[in-house]
Design a protein around this ligand. Structure first.
Ligand code: E4P
Length: 218
């Protein structure tokens, strides 16, 4: 399973990259706004900066809602760097745009997926990735990881190449559940990735090893 970090924060992206386990980055307009990135040139520049930090795919989302606008924006984003993946919402116009990008070999991440039907249409349109939002489904008492599992099974049945990204991850347990469900990728906040390392027996065990060493070696 690949690990993407879901942020536009450069320090967190560097920290995850330094861990040596990072396979890519996803951003969205809200995450860019959180970092105070505004104005087209600054936004485009920020994507290039991220691409220069990481070695994997970087999802950059279109803001337009109409087909022509999505195409214009997506082609500009894809031209920024070979690692850019154009992130497109799963709307009618978005599906048409994904089909267009697919024909140009521009890779896409179909976002805001909340149902198997949406994931089916995205795959038929040629999406490289789909992003089912786990946390936001859990928030309304719908099983988010269950959706990931259903999409993975459907893609396997029909042998689609589209990869499933477990998105809207809220905690480390979501990551483990995505792994069990067979997700190709999880995109997570840094804290959820680091949370996988936490275990009280590891902390206690390490303390004991070090104190036993010090008893003999000073
Ligand atoms: C997916 O790529 C989105 O950026 C993200 O996972 C949304 O997560 P949220 O529900 O925490 O905003």
């Amino acid at each position: 399973m690949k690990f993407f970090i879901d942020t536009a924060n450069l320090d967190q992206i560097r920290e995850a990259q330094d861990l040596g386990i990072l396979d890519g980055v996803t951003t969205n307009p809200s995450l860019m706004a959180k970092e105070g990135i505004q104005g087209e040139q600054n936004i485009l520049g920020h994507y290039v900066t991220i691409c220069n930090i990481v070695t994997g795919d970087v999802s950059a989302e279109v803001i337009s809602t109409d087909f022509e606008g999505m195409i214009r924006e997506g082609e500009k984003l894809a031209g920024l760097h070979p690692r850019i993946v154009v992130k497109v919402p799963v709307t009618r116009e978005g599906i048409k745009a994904i089909r267009h990008f697919s024909g140009l070999n521009i890779r896409t991440n179909c976002t805001l997926i909340f149902s198997v039907g949406q994931a089916l249409l995205a795959a038929k349109a040629g999406a490289t990735y789909v992003s089912p939002f786990i946390g936001r489904l859990d928030d309304i008492s719908v099983d988010g990881v269950g959706l990931v599992r259903q999409i993975v099974e459907m893609y396997q049945y029909y042998q689609f190449d589209t990869q499933v990204i477990g998105a809207s991850i809220r905690h480390s347990m979501h990551i483990l559940q995505c792994a069990e469900a067979g997700a190709d990728v999880v995109t997570c906040p840094l804290q959820s990735i680091l949370g996988l390392l936490d275990h009280p027996l590891t902390t206690a065990g390490l303390q004991k090893f070090l104190s036993d060493y010090k008893k003999l070696n000073g």
